[in-house]
Write a protein that binds this ligand. Structure first.
Ligand code: NCD
Length: 343
């Protein structure tokens, strides 16, 4: 087993985040809104090292050796849960997956009861996905270990925005000054919210393209430009980020029909031609082919959708590593959650 160098090598050549090798200031990662440009940059730099590591045959690290990492998923997930699981395992943690269908939540137990039961087992890191906005933050107030938000309702999905940013910087070399369009069901999307927060912080010109019914009211306050026409919004953009129509979150009729939505907002060759030549095409998955994106574009030369999945594992390794640096490391874990005197 070989440990990668602890000190992050930064893209910018700056010194590591601080003398303690700390990357994140807080104990948890709940939202992009809570973290600074310096923290985002340090996480992306560390993620780049994990991309290199993941491309090697020997991937096993011992940074999380002895730590317990629990994935607590109250919503179905394929890529996010498996990505976190692989990330924890590659770093040497004991990883346990708990999903709602097998848990006593289906027997009426509340989120906090479940959390307190798990907390009694002394997990060091809890990765949580829940259908209610704010669930991860609530949990973070109650448990002793670190909490990572893997998607809470329509609020945030911070590791998705980080992996998107990593994918973009590896292709285009920077974020600042780029024009990026986020298109489709913005209203119901935590991916959109985390991306807007991250990209705006990093100096990107963010455009949102959607029908009014799929735009949250007052979204312009986040410093984005809003378009209701793909033809206008896609002009000259460097990146086109498509979103899934989140039908399971729609409690009314937000679009006349999937066919009509595709006609106006689905990404096809004609619409993509309006963006810069070689503009990147992204999608967080799972995709509705033929609803928000044409299959040939999803699989075409401008698509970086599979790379986003690869970057996801690296970003989650960087996040787990960064949070582990802030965990108590003394001989006895008193469960208070305090890390005073330990780092
Ligand atoms: C996203 C999610 O769950 O918020 N997917 C993901 O994390 N891969 C987006 C979506 O479900 O459309």
């Amino acid at each position: 087993m070989t440990d990668i160098k602890k000190a992050p090598k930064t893209l910018s050549g700056n010194a590591p985040f601080n003398e303690n090798n700390q990357i994140l200031k807080g104990r948890h990662l709940l939202a992009i809104e809570d973290i600074s440009v310096a923290e985002i940059s340090a996480l992306l730099d560390l993620s780049n090292q994990y991309v290199d590591l993941n491309r090697q045959i020997e991937k096993k690290q011992s940074i999380l050796h002895g730590r317990t990492h629990i994935n607590l998923f109250f919503e179905a997930s394929t890529r996010t849960q498996s990505s976190f699981e692989l990330a924890g395992k590659r770093l040497g943690a004991d990883v346990m997956n708990m999903s709602v269908t097998t848990s006593s939540v289906s027997k009426g137990e509340t989120l906090l009861d479940t959390a307190m039961t798990l907390n009694a087992m002394h997990p060091d890191i809890l990765v949580v996905r829940h259908h209610a906005s704010g669930a991860a933050e609530l949990l973070a107030q109650k448990v002793s270990g670190a909490v990572v938000n893997a998607g809470d309702g329509q609020h945030e999905h911070p590791t998705q925005a980080l992996l998107d940013a990593l994918t973009i910087t590896r292709h285009l070399g920077k974020l600042e000054g780029l024009k990026i369009a986020i298109c489709g069901d913005i209203k119901h999307s935590r991916v959109a919210r985390s991306n807007i927060n991250l990209l705006a912080k990093m100096g990107v010109e963010v455009r949102l393209i959607a029908p009014y019914s799929l735009l949250p009211s007052g979204i312009e306050r986040l410093g984005v430009e809003v378009f209701t026409s793909m033809e206008k919004g896609l002009q000259d953009v460097d990146v086109v980020m498509m979103l899934r129509l989140q039908l399971e979150r729609m409690d009314g009729s937000f679009i006349p029909s999937a066919r009509e939505f595709y006609h106006f907002y689905g990404l096809d060759d004609n619409k993509l031609a309006l963006a810069k030549p070689n503009a990147l095409v992204m999608h967080p998955g799972p995709m509705n082919r033929g609803v928000e994106i044409h299959s040939s574009i999803a699989d075409g030369p401008q698509s970086v959708i599979q790379e986003q999945v690869e970057m996801g594992v690296a970003v989650r390794m960087a996040v787990l590593d960064a949070l582990a640096r802030n965990l108590p490391s003394g001989p006895c874990y008193d469960g208070s959650g305090s890390n005073e005197g330990h780092i």
